[in-house]
Write a protein that binds this ligand. Structure first.
Ligand SMILES: [Zn+2]
Length: 401
C-alpha cells in the first residue's frame, strides 16, 4: 500500500523521538545495575564537569541515574538530560542546596539567552514558547497546546490516574522558517530534519517546529495576521497532517512531564506512539475545549482496515514484544495504524486494565530496559492471553465506523 502524505510526515517525525530512546538504551542498559535517584524534591544538586563533543563544560543538576559502570544521567535545571559516560566525567561535587527546576520566568530568560537577538518568549500557565514567528502565531500555538494539556490531563484523571503538574515549564521553539528550524535541530537530528516537520526531544524536553502557515500547501494568498486567519488557514484539509504532528509531539511532551511516563524509561513503543495518535485529532473548531479525544482516527483506521485482509495471526504479539515494526521505515506507517487501533480498542473495551497498565508504565525508571519476554508478560498480566485479546481486538475493530 502506498503511504499517504500524512503517514510519511508523521511517522518520520516520530523517528526523531524514537532515536533518543534508542540512544539511551545503548548507553546504559547493558551495564546492569542502576540506581534511580530517590525523591525528586529531596535530591541534592551536584556540580559536574565533563567533556561533551570535544569541549569541557560544567553543569549543575540532579543525578537521575547512576550506572554501575560510573556513567551518569544528569538533569539540569532547564530540564535537559545529559548522558555522561564515566570516561567523560572530569569532576563531581555535591552542592549544599537541593536541586530546583528553573521557575518559568528564569527558564524563559535562559532559553532566550541561547538564541539570536530576534527571538522573543511568550509564557502561558504550562508553556514557554520561544519564537521568531509573529507573536500571533506564538499565541495561536500556545492556546492550542494549553487546550490539549487540559484535555489530556482531565481525560486521564477521569480514568483514575493521579498526575502531577510538570516540574518544568514546557519549552516550545517556533522558528519563522524551515531553514532556521533545520539548523537549530542539528543536535537532535544530525542527519537533518528531512520530512520531519516537528519533534519532541526526550533529551532536551523541548519541541522544535516552524511556522506552518508558511508551508506552501496551506499558504495560499490569504493574510495570516490574526488568530482567526491562522485558524482558517490551518483548518484546511491540507493542513490536517501538519497540525496533527504538532498535537502528536505535544502529547508526548505532556505525557513525559505530568508523571504518566518518565523520560528515558523503557515505555513500550506501541503504547507510547499509539496513545499519541489517539490524541492527535486536532480540534481547531473550538477555542476552549478539545473534542478530538477518543474519536476514531480515520486516516489510521483506513490504513488498518486496508491491511486487515493480510493480518497474520500473532501480529499483535510482534507489535507488543518489540519496536521493530514501528521503527522500520518500511513498516512504520502500517505499524502506527496498528498501534493506534490496539490502544483504541484497549481504552474502549478494557479501560480499567488499561489504566492499571499505565500505572505500571509510570513506575518504570529511566535507562532500565525490559526484555521482550518481560514486555509480553506485563501485557498478559493486565489484558489476558494475547491470542484471545487479538481475536477480540480484530472482531471489534472490524465493526468500528
Ligand atoms: Zn510519537
Amino acid at each position: 500500500m502506498k503511504p499517504s502524505l500524512a503517514n510519511i510526515v508523521t511517522s518520520a517525525a516520530r523517528g526523531a523521538f524514537v532515536a533518543w530512546l534508542l540512544l539511551a538504551g545503548v548507553a546504559y542498559s547493558a551495564h546492569n545495575k542502576v540506581t534511580a535517584a530517590k525523591s525528586e524534591t529531596e535530591t541534592k544538586a551536584e556540580h559536574v564537569e565533563f567533556n561533551h563533543n570535544g569541549h569541557q563544560q560544567a553543569a549543575d543538576g540532579r543525578i537521575v541515574v547512576e550506572a554501575a559502570n560510573g556513567g551518569i544521567l544528569l538533569e539540569t535545571s532547564d530540564g535537559v538530560l545529559w548522558t555522561i559516560e564515566r570516561g567523560d566525567i572530569v569532576s563531581r561535587k555535591k552542592l549544599a542546596e537541593p536541586f530546583k527546576p528553573l521557575p518559568p520566568k528564569e527558564l524563559s530568560e535562559r532559553l532566550i539567552s541561547e538564541m539570536p537577538a530576534e527571538f522573543r518568549t511568550y509564557t502561558t500557565p504550562h508553556y514557554v514558547v520561544v519564537y521568531n514567528t509573529s507573536r500571533t502565531y506564538a499565541q495561536w500555538t500556545s492556546s492550542l497546546l494549553e487546550r490539549l494539556y487540559k484535555a489530556f490531563t482531565n481525560y486521564w484523571e477521569g480514568q483514575g490516574l493521579e498526575l502531577r503538574e510538570p516540574e518544568f515549564a514546557l519549552p516550545v521553539f517556533l522558528f519563522a522558517n524551515r531553514q532556521q528550524y533545520d539548523q537549530a535541530s542539528r543536535e537532535d537530528l544530525p542527519g537533518g530534519t528531512g520530512s520531519i516537520i516537528g519533534f519532541y526531544s526526550l533529551r532536551s524536553n523541548r519541541i522544535n517546529m516552524f511556522d506552518l502557515t508558511g508551508v506552501e500547501a496551506v499558504r495560499g494568498s490569504g493574510s495570516r495576521g490574526s488568530i482567526k486567519e491562522i485558524n482558517q488557514m490551518l483548518s484546511q484539509l491540507a493542513a490536517v497532517p501538519l497540525v496533527a504532528t504538532v498535537v502528536h509531539e505535544a502529547t508526548h511532551q505532556i505525557a513525559f512531564n505530568c508523571g504518566l511516563q518518565q523520560r528515558f524509561a523503557d515505555i513500550p513503543l506501541w503504547q507510547c506512539e499509539g496513545m499519541a495518535v489517539y490524541f492527535e485529532a486536532p480540534d481547531l473548531a473550538s477555542t476552549r475545549g478539545w473534542r478530538g479525544i477518543g474519536r476514531v482516527n480515520y486516516p489510521r483506521l483506513e490504513t488498518f482496515r486496508n491491511n486487515l485482509p493480510n493480518w497474520q495471526p500473532g501480529s499483535m504479539e510482534t507489535l507488543v514484544r518489540d519496536s521493530r515494526r514501528l521503527r522500520d521505515p518500511r513498516t512504520a506507517a502500517d505499524a502506527y495504524a496498528d498501534a493506534w487501533a490496539l490502544n483504541y480498542y484497549l481504552i474502549k473495551y478494557q479501560p480499567k486494565a488499561y489504566t492499571e497498565y499505565l500505572k505500571a508504565l509510570a513506575s518504570k525508571q529511566p535507562l532500565i530496559d525490559d526484555a521482550p519476554e518481560a514486555r509480553l508478560a506485563e501485557f498478559r498480566a493486565h489484558f489476558g492471553d494475547l491470542n484471545k485479546v487479538e481475536q477480540e481486538f480484530l472482531k471489534q475493530m472490524a465493526r468500528v465506523k
